[in-house]
Design a protein around this ligand. Structure first.
Ligand SMILES: NC(=O)N[C@@H](CC(=O)O)C(=O)O
Length: 456
């Protein structure tokens, strides 16, 4: 593993009270009782052996799998400025329903999160909402314009404790600026998360460049536009001895470059989105803008390579790239439509369909890619902890035998742009426990953490 950001403290303290989770299969193994007392896991013991005690809430979890609460390094919460598409409140409710206890909020809001003021605003909104930990991501460049470094130090020193910096949505394409950002973040053990897209090679691009784009007559987005930036950036990270995280890897060639970099000991981590693990560019034939996304859906060869890379450990984490959009920015012709898909409430099911049911990952690997490793990369000390006594009680309970038909209209996110709408997918989140407080019970939102502003 290639390092982690220095640990930051939680926005939320432990919630008071007792919860007994009865008979859950911890990481898919033996059935255990998990006793939570005042926000911490007090005891884990064989099923049937623990007493709930007075005033305890009992969650019957026979047949369910217990995992550490999920952590997403790549969420668009849209606040401030694009509240018609999502707010910190609705986005973190979507996170809770998806089994997430912490999300990193990308910086492409309006105004851009490129100053201490904006990141603190997002941080405070999340504290008021109370559905999940939120770590604002700071922009690398002012206004995401790619020309001048943002005030990274002020964001790191702010109450929001920013350690992750990204111009996501835009690529930090200027090599000298990327180099300076990588050098700068070393001072506070931060890292740069790159949206790898060479801008000149993708001007006007509408979908993956390949057979399908040729057939449909849409301007293509070549794999090399992603791969060239990743190759450059791993070399830069090596040169200055800094940490790089590659957002939403989408091509087989990118996997090979990251594999090469890791073999050389370069400090690079990488993420893949759920949609790039399941969907291909053949869907674009429908011209339904719900399939328009950045980076674009690729080919089945890429999907296969990405799945294998998660199994091999070349790709470290699942990042949802949850990108909610308003109805009007998606209900238009393909070329005019916004890019992006929602993902928080479907991530687990897509991971199970693409990795667990295919035999490429077990529940222990799911815990790593959705919780333990993103928590470590992002420097969240009390997330992604093992489910054992003394850990913060951030827990998700999953029904592995569930089968659900995805309904975008029934989601907590404001975004209706789910590419999985209408699909039947395996597994469901039954309960989410956030610092000892149940935010989701029986698959539905319960109440916000008591230390929040209390809006339910
Ligand atoms: N992933 C997307 O397709 N869209 C993202 C930004 C981006 O990464 O382009 C968004 O903010 O909507």
């Amino acid at each position: 593993m290639t390092g982690s950001a220095s640990s930051s403290t939680s926005q939320f303290g432990p919630a008071e009270g007792r919860i007994l989770v009865r008979g859950a299969k911890v990481l898919g193994g033996e059935a255990q009782d998990i006793l939570v007392v005042d926000g911490l896991i007090a005891e884990v013991a064989p099923a049937g052996s623990l007493e709930a005690g007075e005033g305890a809430r009992v969650i019957e979890a026979e047949g369910l799998v217990a995992l550490p609460g999920f952590v997403d390094l790549h969420t668009h919460l849209r606040e401030p400025g694009k509240e018609a598409a999502e707010t910190v409140l609705t986005g973190t409710q979507a996170a809770a329903k998806g089994g997430y206890t912490a999300v990193f909020a990308m910086a492409n809001s309006t105004p851009v999160a490129d100053s201490a003021g904006v990141v603190e605003q997002v941080f405070t909104a999340a504290k008021n909402a109370g559905w999940a930990e939120v770590r604002p991501v700071g922009a690398v460049t002012k206004g995401l314009a790619g020309a001048q470094l943002a005030d990274l130090g002020a964001m790191a020193d702010s109450r929001a404790q920013v350690r992750m910096f990204s111009d996501d949505g835009m690529c930090v394409h200027d090599a000298a600026i990327m180099r300076r950002a990588l050098e700068y973040v070393k001072a506070f053990d931060g890292f740069v998360a790159q949206h790898a897209q060479e801008p000149r090679l993708t001007e006007g691009a509408q979908m993956n460049e390949g057979e399908m784009s040729a057939t449909l007559g849409l301007p293509g987005w070549p794999a090399v536009a992603e791969e060239a930036i990743i190759a450059r950036d791993v070399l830069l990270a090596d040169h200055v001895g800094s940490r790089l995280h590659v957002c939403h890897v989408s091509t087989a060639g990118s996997v090979e470059i990251i594999r090469w970099a890791k073999e050389r000991g370069i400090a690079v981590t990488a993420e893949v989105t759920p949609h790039h693990l399941l969907l291909t560019d053949e869907l674009v034939e429908s011209f339904n803008p719900v399939y328009k996304v950045n980076p674009p859906l690729r080919t089945s060869k890429d999907v296969h390579a990405l799945r294998q890379a998660v199994a091999d450990g070349v790709i470290d984490v699942i990042g949802t790239d949850h990108a909610p959009h308003t109805e009007s920015s998606k209900s238009c012709e393909w070329s005019q439509a916004a890019m992006g898909m929602t993902g928080l409430e479907t991530a687990l099911s897509v991971v199970v369909a693409s990795l667990v049911e295919t035999g490429l990952a077990g529940w222990d690997r799911v815990a790593e890619i959705m919780s333990t490793t993103p928590a470590r990369i992002g420097g969240l000390a009390d997330q992604g902890q093992p489910l054992e006594a003394g850990s913060a009680a951030n827990i998700v309970l999953v029904d592995p035998s569930a089968s659900r038909t995805i309904d975008a209209a029934a989601m907590a996110t404001k975004g209706r742009n789910s590419p999985f709408h209408g699909m039947t997918l395996p597994a469901a989140v039954v309960a989410t426990i956030f610092h000892g407080h149940p935010t989701v019970l029986d698959g539905e939102l319960a109440t916000a953490h008591p230390a929040s502003g209390g809006r339910a």
